[in-house]
Design a protein around this ligand. Structure first.
Ligand SMILES: [Zn+2]
Length: 390
């Protein structure tokens, strides 16, 4: 069929119209309507397990889920965006006539699964990196149409900055980056590239030279440091794996040589194939990380949507617990428990009172929850991660 679109992507209107859903939901709606059998149901979104059986995930995608379902005459409850959650916990609950929202299952899960997977992986890298710089460099690995979503999830999950212009603009933060190999190759020399960068880029941008293009990292770093002195903020190692040996030993050697010559202020950054394990390995010598593929291509959190009540009666398929549920947390000891939603939260075994974490998101088609900025959500995530670390 001829089409005027240039890229293989769905528009916002097509997504909101349910055009990216699986056809079997359309079949179900047709069959239910043919029998005049529509029912008020309650359904919930849960992940039975998390990637690699991790203990917790970082929930992202709630704002987009609200935008997807906005206008439908249904009620929705969810954990706030950025909440840490456990396997088995209901993160989003919908109540309403099935045919109104059933066909949105595919895009709803897609919005939650991918962003949550990315934010969860990023949070693990943030924990590994401690207070060191962590930047999102993975936009190039994925379709550009979703770069803002990917980088928002990276930023919320704990990255200090994101590299693409549009993602940064949409979140109201400055984009962050160093210099590409292309600049060094075209100017023909690492020091020349560093000077050209320094002379042409805005004053607030950190002067971080790429030092693995032509020659040995140690001698290139020393050349740049001796040429630029205090103007140089740092150097970045993007050393290809074929030349790497031990990146940590290489960086330790460079650190030693810099310190010996009085360049303690020059920070060391690494990029290329990093994840939470290599970050932990490099921490003793590395000041910051640019992480790409492992964040952008993070495993999705495989949320499922299941009906758990029909016309007010608990009912679920084999293998799923029936009845609407809330996640409760003890205000005193932090213990979490999932309870049937018509039961009072009551008290924890420790005597503390339990609070329900699920909050109203949509009522009668209207978004009733606050939708905080990415920066606010990121602070909320970092607070929760600090509690894990403590
Ligand atoms: Zn307790």
């Amino acid at each position: 069929m001829p089409t005027n679109r240039r890229f293989h992507l769905a528009t916002e209107d097509e997504i909101r119209a349910g055009r990216t859903t699986d056809v079997y939901f359309q079949h179900a709606r047709q069959a239910i309507q043919a029998r005049h059998a529509d029912k008020v149901v309650v359904g919930e979104v849960r992940a039975k397990r998390l990637p690699n059986d991790w203990e917790w995930g970082v929930l992202v995608g709630i704002e987009e889920a609200a935008r997807l379902l906005e206008g439908l005459d249904i009620r929705v409850w969810a954990l706030p965006e950025g909440s840490l959650f456990r396997a088995g916990e209901p993160v989003l609950t919908i109540a309403g006539l099935y045919t109104l929202f059933g066909p949105y299952e595919t895009p709803l899960l897609g919005l939650l699964c991918q962003a949550t997977g990315i934010a969860t992986k990023t949070a693990r890298c943030r924990l590994a990196a401690g207070d060191r710089t962590l930047l999102s460099f993975g936009a190039r690995r994925m379709h550009p149409a979703v770069a803002p979503m990917i980088e928002r999830a990276c930023y919320i999950g704990g990255c200090d900055g994101v590299s693409t212009l549009l993602a940064a603009e949409l979140m109201g933060i400055p984009p962050t980056g160093t210099m590409p190999h292309a600049l060094v190759l075209i100017l023909g020399d690492t020091v020349e590239a560093a000077w050209a960068f320094h002379e042409s880029v805005a004053p607030g941008v950190r002067r971080i030279a790429l030092i693995d293009t032509f020659q040995d990292e140690k001698f290139e770093t020393l050349r740049v440091a001796e040429a630029m002195k205090e103007k140089l903020d740092g150097v970045r190692f993007d050393t290809p794996s074929s030349r790497r040996g031990s990146l940590r030993e290489l960086m330790e050697e460079v650190r030693w040589e810099l310190d010996l010559r009085g360049y303690q202020h020059v920070k060391l950054y690494a990029s290329g194939g990093l994840d939470e394990n290599s970050i932990a390995e490099l921490n003793p010598v590395c000041d910051g990380y640019g992480v790409g593929t492992s964040l952008a291509n993070a495993r999705t959190v495989d949320f499922a949507f299941d009906i758990v009540e029909i016309e007010g009666v608990p009912m679920a398929k084999r293998g799923k617990e029936s009845g609407g549920k809330w996640i409760t947390r003890c205000a005193a000891c932090g213990a979490r428990e999932v309870i049937y939603w018509k039961r009072e939260p009551g008290r924890c075994a420790c005597g503390g009172s339990r609070e329900v974490l699920n909050r109203p998101l949509l009522e009668g088609g209207r978004i009733v929850a606050e939708l905080p900025s990415a920066t606010q959500i990121r602070s909320f995530v970092l607070q929760q991660l600090a509690a894990i670390r403590a």
